[in-house]
Design a protein around this ligand. Structure first.
Ligand code: MN
Length: 441
């Protein structure tokens, strides 16, 4: 898919929503990410919104004000008034592009629509969020070769990177019912683990609780069963990206993962950020996708000239921890690591092309996880399993507390953003989640 820049990417654009013009803002007028919100603590129906500065534009109210008149149709009217993004995702990327242009023009400084849109704004500080889409299916991939090698060394010291890794984008089908939006609080899972040197497994709360720093990929319009989405068209089927924390119980995982892969170690909770950043917003920040010349080159169905030109996403990814004690002491969350999505061994377009090459049908609102995005250096690790060398080296926090894995009451926060000289910063907002004690047995 050719990447085309247009007037919505103009770095000089400013919004009449003043907070959107702050250089450190996640949501300038060049971003315009989608989410689902309502007033905090209210019984209002959830509805679709777009983040602008520290505000949310209510799209149903904006449509009632006539902003999207050129898109008016029974399908569009129903999609924009919906409590989830699925119907809008299903309309396809031509509609997404027109909608973005109309939003950009309406929110610009000097727009004649400012007066009629003022009442369609709500402060993000006064809002709560739902999952942006009904997620029918969730597939988690394993696209960081640095993560795959580091974890492989811990689980299989003699055989860290399996021979298929450099040929096939590895993934497994996950669970959508337990995916929650930022703010999710969930109990430490119970399950089976095999203690070191034991002869039989034990049952109880997982002891090695971890996070995984991932990008979530929301599918827009899907494909019919039996059809495939080829790599050149793959990105036109992607609605956008979000942040994803794929919580993991490492001790349960180590015992159960062979031969069919993760199961109860992963399906108790996964948390995503409320805002979906569109691929169109990310267009000016793309990077060439590269494969070491000494590595196997992709098979033809996973190769394309456009992949080589701009297949990678340069998204900085940060993980922070705030322990219960830090909260009580009034201390801010502390950074654990900083990585980047551009290190991914497989691209978004390759994941979509591979997922459908056998005729598997994707549907609007399906979520793909990128897999833990660890970078090439140890400080760029996207999980505690890697940062603590398999639980052997505790991290000492600024307040003197130590952590090997996540403890009850800990909140993990992930943030993401992209930036480039001369262009505004495009942020993803954040995803936060808190581990609660296990239920008593
Ligand atoms: Mn994962």
């Amino acid at each position: 898919m050719t990447i085309q820049l247009n007037e919505t990417h103009d770095a000089g654009l400013r919004s009449w929503v003043g907070s959107a013009n702050d250089a450190q803002c996640d949501f300038p007028i060049q971003n315009l990410p989608y989410g689902v919100f309502r007033s905090s603590g209210s019984a209002e129906a959830f509805r679709i919104g777009v983040a602008i500065g520290d505000q949310i534009l209510d799209l149903k109210a904006a449509h009632a004000a006539g902003i999207f008149a050129t898109l008016k149709s029974p399908q569009f009217d129903q999609a924009i008034a919906s409590a989830s993004l699925n119907a809008l995702m299903d309309l396809g990327n031509t509609t997404w592009g027109i909608l973005r242009l109309l939003l950009s023009r309406a929110l610009r400084e000097g727009s004649p629509q400012q007066t009629s849109l003022q009442a369609a704004l709500i402060a993000q500080a006064d809002a709560e969020y739902a999952l942006p889409a009904q997620i029918g299916d969730y597939t988690d991939f394993y696209t960081s070769i640095h993560h795959a090698t580091a974890v492989g060394k811990l689980f299989r010291p003699d055989n860290p990177l399996l021979p298929n890794y450099k040929w096939v984008p590895i993934g497994y089908h996950g669970r959508s019912s337990s995916i929650g939006v930022s703010g999710q609080r969930f109990r430490r899972p119970l399950g089976q683990t095999m203690p070191p040197n034991a002869a039989t497994p034990v049952f109880g709360p997982a002891k090695r609780m971890d996070y995984e720093l991932e990008i979530g990929i929301f599918i827009g319009n899907g494909n019919a069963p039996g059809d495939a989405i080829n790599i050149e068209e793959a990105e036109s089927h992607v609605f956008g990206l979000c942040l994803l924390n794929d919580w993991s119980a490492r001790d349960m995982q180590a015992w159960e993962y062979q031969p069919l892969g993760p199961f109860l170690a992963k399906n108790f909770a996964s948390t995503i950020s409320p805002w979906i950043v569109t691929l169109e917003a990310l267009a000016p920040y793309r990077h060439p996708w590269q494969r070491e010349t000494t590595d196997p080159q992709p098979l033809a169905y996973l190769e394309s000239p456009e992949l080589r030109q701009h297949g990678a996403f340069d998204v900085e990814l940060e993980v922070l921890l705030q322990t219960k004690t830090m909260r009580e002491q009034g201390l801010a969350a502390q950074r654990l690591s900083l990585s980047n999505f551009r290190h991914s061994y497989w691209s978004v377009s390759q994941l979509v092309a591979h997922h459908t090459v056998n005729g598997c049908n994707l549907r609007a609102g399906d979520l793909l996880g990128s897999g833990t995005q660890s970078g090439p250096t140890p400080e760029e690790a996207g999980s505690l399993l890697e940062l603590t060398a398999g639980g052997k080296q505790a991290l000492t926090l600024a307040n003197g507390e130590q952590r090997v894995f996540i403890e009850d009451g800990d909140t993990i926060i992930m943030r993401g953003w992209t930036q480039k000289p001369g262009l505004p910063r495009i942020g993803f907002g954040e995803v936060a989640g808190t581990l609660l004690p296990a239920r008593s047995v």
